[in-house]
Design a protein around this ligand. Structure first.
Ligand SMILES: Nc1ncnc2c1ncn2[C@@H]1O[C@H](COP(=O)(O)OP(=O)(O)O)[C@@H](O)[C@H]1O
Ligand SMILES: [Mg+2]
Length: 285
């Protein structure tokens, strides 16, 4: 994860590398410095709201440094990389993640973005245009629960980082994104080894119970996730034409993984919905 960096003003700069999307991320002491983007001011306001609402499992926004970089608190713990390690394949991990996201959503839902709020997005998203979400935004979601954006402590998901793709969306879209990475909603061939033979419909149900998904959300999950995966496919292809980092991701596997994921969800979707909507007496409506 880290390399030795330069020494500046008595502090060592340690390079931080995630999925390789954002260059120039460093750790200095208890802080992380990241390049400022058009959406940084909006995200700082959102992160400040989360903390004031009592959700502390996200970086604290600490302003801009003398080099014009955003300053965030460093969150101690372990950040997994792909392929996901075997110890992250347990249902305890899935339950802790669902509870973390539920707490995040409950804090996020009280925030109204300021006028002129600016949001990020993947390169290619504007080309595709298509929105997987039907209906009104309910909150600002994280929208990118990939392994490199979850900090684990004592073996369980403990905090969320990297809010670069956060924007107004629905709870259900954010849930679908988390399940895409962590159920995961992928063909066997594209899962990390420890996830290959897991019962994915069961895992989706475990997540749903831990989050407290409503009957409506359970009914709507698979149709939404299908649209989301289709859009991931189109966006990844468009991004490959626009950005060399995404061109590399496409050639290195996305071009095979996304059509397989689309076909997989068509095949498995009915079973997922059937198990998710199997009535139990004490479920929120
Ligand atoms: N606030 C933070 N606390 C702890 N680790 C962080 C923090 N921000 C970034 N990192 C580390 O740096 C990596 C890359 O940062 P991230 O913000 O996810 O950028 P990218 O856009 O490249 O995914 C993360 O996967 C994580 O290991
Ligand atoms: Mg990241």
């Amino acid at each position: 994860m880290t390399e030795t960096g330069s020494d500046r003003d008595g502090f060592t700069e340690e390079q931080l590398v995630g999925e390789g999307v954002t260059a120039g991320i460093v750790r200095i002491g208890d802080t992380v410095r990241r390049p400022v983007r058009s959406f940084t001011t909006t995200i700082h306001a959102f992160l400040a709201h989360l903390h004031s609402a009592g959700f502390t499992a996200a970086p604290v926004p600490l302003g801009i440094d003398e080099q014009g970089r955003e300053i965030l608190s460093f969150i101690p713990g372990d950040v997994p990389r792909q392929p996901l390690p075997a110890e992250t394949a347990t249902e305890e991990v899935l339950i802790a993640l669902a509870q973390l996201i539920r707490a995040f959503h409950d804090a996020a839902s009280g925030w109204m973005p300021p006028p002129g709020a600016v949001w990020g997005g993947l390169p290619g998203a504007h080309v595709v245009g298509l929105d997987p979400v039907n209906g009104e935004a309910e909150l600002v979601g994280h929208r990118d629960y990939c392994p490199g954006n979850i900090v684990f402590r004592e073996g369980l998901p403990a905090a969320l980082i990297d809010f670069d793709l956060a924007k107004p969306t629905t709870r259900l879209y954010d849930i679908a994104n988390a399940l895409y990475w962590w159920a995961p909603l992928l063909h066997k061939l594209d899962r990390a080894p420890a996830f290959t033979d897991l019962d994915i419909p069961r895992r989706v149900t475990v997540f749903a119970d831990a989050y407290g998904m409503t009957d409506r959300q359970r009914q709507d999950l698979v149709p939404l996730a299908s649209r989301m995966v289709h859009r991931f496919h189109l966006t990844a292809r468009a991004a490959a034409d626009l950005d060399p980092v995404f061109r590399h991701f496409w050639e290195a596997g996305t071009k095979d993984r996304m059509p397989r994921a689309e076909a997989w969800i068509v095949q498995e979707g009915p079973d997922i919905t059937a198990r998710l909507t199997h009535l139990t007496p004490d479920r929120p409506r």
